[in-house]
Write a protein that binds this ligand. Structure first.
Ligand code: FMN
Length: 345
């Protein structure tokens, strides 16, 4: 057991009487207030230097923080100190919005899983732009995830994404187009090939644009989407978002299975890896992939890279295993890379 698992996690899981969102806010607040000395100590313990270059961006290591953890970018200086080689903030929307009613975030502990129906609660693209302007460089590559404002009709989605893009792209090393959250009504229909084509055309520019996809798409639907990504200049694919499926839950977590929202963590590991494998083989490796979904151990990260990912991201694994997992995954990625290079020699 790591120190995080034996001492920190039990405390965090008791915050707010066990309310997962209160624990999240508490942790983010603490991380946002960390001083440089604490960050330097953590950096010494958790940061891994194992550089990789993907879609023209240099990453200090291959393990990133997945979207949704720090939607408004409030703790940006702390994530690199916890070992992350890149950070994806957001999803942000053109208009600030409160998200869905609470409770909307649930831990399913025995399954090492989470169900969330946050609904893009965020302070809006303009607020994030001001924060990033004041903050200056973060120290690691920054991805910014964009979504559609709930009040904007689907027919006006492209303009909504474009509004956020114009405010934010100059701060981003890459833009993630989130068309795969299950928690904004109709959003996933934007994964249709004509919608993705329109979005990619509108957001074309110097900043790499990646499309984040759902694990629940059929293979033919993914194949269609990949064709559009290849023909419309997408820099890569992020696979995957949370799932609407409920397979793989421990019996003790069944009472929670009926909560609406997206499921992440261990029940998603295999599915996300299959999607990454499919994307990799279908595109013959031509589209870089950020693999995300159910990475709970360093070995899970290595297997995601085996399946064809160039980079990986963590969300649920970080909640259950803390920064030692970031370090372990970054080391596993470095070892994976060294092996792959040795094989091609
Ligand atoms: C509470 C929560 C909020 C999330 N919010 C977002 C989001 O705003 N945008 C997004 O693209 N993905 C979001 N995700 C999905 C994660 O980025 C990730 O794709 C998914 O959880 C699978 O990875 P994991 O199993 O490591 O958690 C969220 C996930 C969780 C658990």
């Amino acid at each position: 057991m790591t120190l995080f698992e034996s001492a920190v996690r039990p405390v965090l899981f008791r915050v707010g009487g066990g309310d997962a969102e209160k624990a999240h806010e508490f942790t983010l607040g603490r991380l946002a207030r960390l001083g440089e000395r604490s960050r330097a100590l953590m950096r010494g313990r958790f940061a891994t230097d194992a550089p990789v270059e993907v879609f023209g961006v240099k990453f200090p290591n291959a393990v990133g923080l997945a979207a949704g953890m720090d939607k408004n970018g409030v703790a940006l200086r702390s994530w690199p100190a916890l070992g992350f080689g890149f950070v994806e903030v957001g999803t942000v929307t053109a208009k600030p919005q409160p998200g869905n009613d609470k409770p909307r975030l649930f831990r399913l502990r025995d399954s090492e899983a989470i169900i969330n129906r946050m609904g893009f609660n965020n302070a809006g693209a303009a607020a994030l732009a001001s924060r990033l302007e004041a903050l200056g460089p973060v120290g690691v590559p920054l991805g910014i995830s964009l979504g559609k404002s709930k009040v904007t009709p689907l027919a006006e989605a492209v303009e909504d994404y474009l509004t956020s893009y114009r405010l934010l792209h100059s701060y981003a090393d890459y833009i993630a187009v989130n068309v795969s959250s299950p928690n904004t009504p109709g959003l996933r229909t934007l994964q249709d090939k004509s919608a993705v084509a329109e979005l990619l055309t509108a957001l074309a520019g110097d900043t790499p644009v990646l499309v984040k996809i759902a694990p629940d798409l059929t293979e033919p639907a993914i194949a269609e989407l990949l064709e559009v990504c290849l023909s419309h200049g997408a820099a890569g694919v992020i696979a995957t978002n949370t799932t609407l499926a409920r397979a793989g839950l421990a019996a003790s977590d069944q009472p929670r299975a009926g909560e609406a929202g997206g499921l992440s963590g261990r029940p998603l590991t295999e599915k996300a890896r299959q999607v990454v494998h499919f994307v990799h083989t279908e595109t013959a490796g031509r589209l870089p992939i950020i693999g995300v979904g159910g990475l709970l151990t360093p070995d899970d990260a290595a297997r995601m890279l085996d399946a064809g990912a160039s980079l990986v991201q963590l969300y649920t694994g970080f909640i259950y295993h803390g920064p030692a997992l970031v370090r372990g995954a970054a080391r596993a990625a470095a070892a994976h890379r060294a092996r792959a290079e040795a094989e091609t020699r």
